[in-house]
Design a protein around this ligand. Sequence first.
Ligand code: CDP
Length: 220
Amino acid sequence: MSASDRSLIIAIDGPAASGKGTLARRIAERFHLAHLDTGKLYRATGLAVLVGGGDPADPVAAENAAQNLDFSVLADARLRQEDVARASSVVAAIPGVRAALLEAQRRFAHHPPPPAKGAVLDGRDIGTVVCPDANVKLFLVASAESRAFRRARELRPDDAPAIYDAVLQDMRERDARDSERRVAPLAAAPDAITIDTTSLDADQVFEQASDLIARHIARH
Ligand code: CDP
């Protein structure tokens, strides 16, 4: 841990199902950091709009949902559904939604819940917008096919092939929306280290990332 009072901040960004969530959870455990899956904030906003019968592309409905987000919804199993994922990337392109969610993310990073002495946040714009001052920035990439395969297996462990094509198509559309939006698009920060997880398993990704973080801590 850094000798300074400032908390250690690790940013992990990347496209859908690139392994950010699994890595962030393991990094949090290994380095005693608090973890925030920022995708859940956008998923919860999308879910709230859908439950209210609104259109995720409607800025008024989406901003209202983001401003009044019920944080207990972050544990809702419906957040994992593909229709919610789709809605989340639609609301995420609306500037007012991002503005409404920004402060809570920064507060978590800079004042993580005790006893954590730092935080790991995973998302799309952590290294670029939310925490440009993060100590270590990782950007995970993987082929669309391997990401779709992983996501299909998560969603339907017994019959992943049945949904693979639909998941791949949804993922490509979501990647395009996330990368092409005007505000805080999915992008690697100039000082991020990219890890291609296509042919790595979760343990190998964790080892590479842990080494980088341990080296940072040793130097400071
Ligand atoms: O788990 P997966 O990688 O599929 O998605 P997620 O991290 O839960 O994020 C869901 C959606 O929220 C993404 O497709 C983005 O549109 C949006 N998001 C974002 O815009 N900025 C973030 N920091 C995190 C998520």
